[in-house]
Design a protein around this ligand. Structure first.
Ligand SMILES: Cc1cc2nc3c(=O)[nH]c(=O)nc-3n(C[C@H](O)[C@H](O)[C@H](O)COP(=O)(O)O)c2cc1C
Length: 348
């Protein structure tokens, strides 16, 4: 395995074996009011939605996780099987490994074998800066064709880059490149954080580009600082292990980020709430707060290393819980969820 393949493998293994979540999950602080007289039938609840003009079976996205080494092909295949079965979107992990080693393309491309309604390509934002514009456009086209993608996520993962021992924390020129790219390519661009959230200021800046969507990728679930802490520790690298620990809980929580970004951009772009979603009740809270879809990674990771059946079952449980939440709120469709009143127990 080369450096990137090894890194992707370690990310999955550490996320499976260690506790790598933020210390507090703010989805627990959102209180919904029980409706003891819901006046609707469970099996009539409509959880379908749309994103980028695609009809989706539920407002749930399988978030970017992996690709680029042998086990990743199996994981992506099981996730794609699930996404196809439930007609929900799926992202692959950063495709950089396959750009550098074409033998790895199929570890991502396997998802083309399944009828996934919305396939999302993925690349870290610092790559855009390192490549420069011409190369970025070529690589984006290549990543899109690798999985026959309907959209591409550009991952703002500067927290990870700065705490990672082999990280590349290059952010200068990133905004300009996103803007230029968004004006040139005709595939929807999702700007996605990966655990530290999007602030109001950043959202307002992003609205000046032609991007199609923001995935706020907030704090509360998988912490990449935690994962990089353990990777550094494996190497007895005190300098980087310490940074990962210090920034373990850095960032803006996902619920807070959804609210603040939505208000700052006047809900002009669809938002995705990834970060800390553990079950269908969290998904319901995300949609009530204003997200179009909720993204889930860690909650499906273990099952996706086991079998297609286990992955599908885990996802079906999440969807059943989402339906149950709507039933207990007396809400008959996803479209009516933003009307539901909620309280924040506390802000953290
Ligand atoms: C093992 C692992 C690998 C990941 N790799 C990527 C990646 O390559 N690109 C990306 O945008 N996000 C990546 N993520 C971040 C997820 O897409 C998601 O934003 C984050 O895990 C928060 O969701 P969660 O709390 O449900 O895990 C990865 C997450 C995990 C657990």
């Amino acid at each position: 395995m080369n450096v990137i393949e090894n890194r992707k493998d370690e990310h999955v293994r550490i996320a499976l074996e260690k506790h790598v979540s933020a210390d507090h999950n703010q989805w627990d602080d959102i209180i919904l009011t029980h409706n003891a007289l819901p006046e609707l039938n469970y099996d009539e609840i409509d959880i379908s939605t749309t994103l980028f003009g695609k009809d989706l079976g539920a407002p749930l996205i399988i978030a970017a996780m992996t690709g680029g080494y042998t086990l990743a092909k199996d994981i992506n295949e099981r996730l794609a099987y699930t996404a196809s079965h439930l007609q929900i979107p799926m992202g692959v992990g950063s495709q950089r490994a396959a750009l550098e080693n074409p033998n790895l393309r199929q570890t991502y491309g396997i998802i083309k074998d399944y009828d996934v309604p919305l396939r999302i390509a993925n690349i870290g934002a610092s790559q855009l800066v390192l490549w420069g514009h011409k190369k970025t456009v070529q690589h984006v086209q290549d990543m899109v064709s690798m999985i026959d993608a309907h959209a591409i996520a550009i991952c703002l993962n500067f927290l990870q880059e700065v705490v990672q021992f082999e990280g590349e924390p290059h952010a200068k020129g990133c905004f300009d490149e996103i803007k230029l790219l968004s004006e040139e390519i005709d595939i929807p661009i999702i700007i996605k954080e990966s655990g530290a959230g999007i602030s109001q200021d950043v959202a307002v800046r992003l609205l000046k580009t032609n991007i199609a969507c923001i995935d706020v990728g907030g704090k509360g679930g998988t912490s990449f600082a935690a994962i990089e802490h353990y990777r550094a520790k494996l190497r007895s690298d005190y300098l980087n292990a310490r940074g990962g620990q210090t920034f373990w809980n850095w960032g803006i929580s996902t619920p807070q980020s959804i609210r603040e970004v939505g208000e700052a951009i006047n809900w002009k772009l669809p938002l995705i709430a990834t970060g800390g979603i553990r079950n269908g009740l969290d998904v319901a809270k995300a949609i009530i707060l204003g997200a179009r879809c909720a993204g889930v990674a860690q909650a499906l990771l273990k099952a996706s290393t086991e079998s297609k059946e286990a992955t599908l079952l885990e996802s079906e449980v999440i969807i059943k819980e989402l339906r149950a939440a709507l039933f207990l709120l007396g809400i008959d469709s996803v479209q009516h969820m933003p009307e539901v009143k909620y309280e924040f127990r506390k802000l953290s």
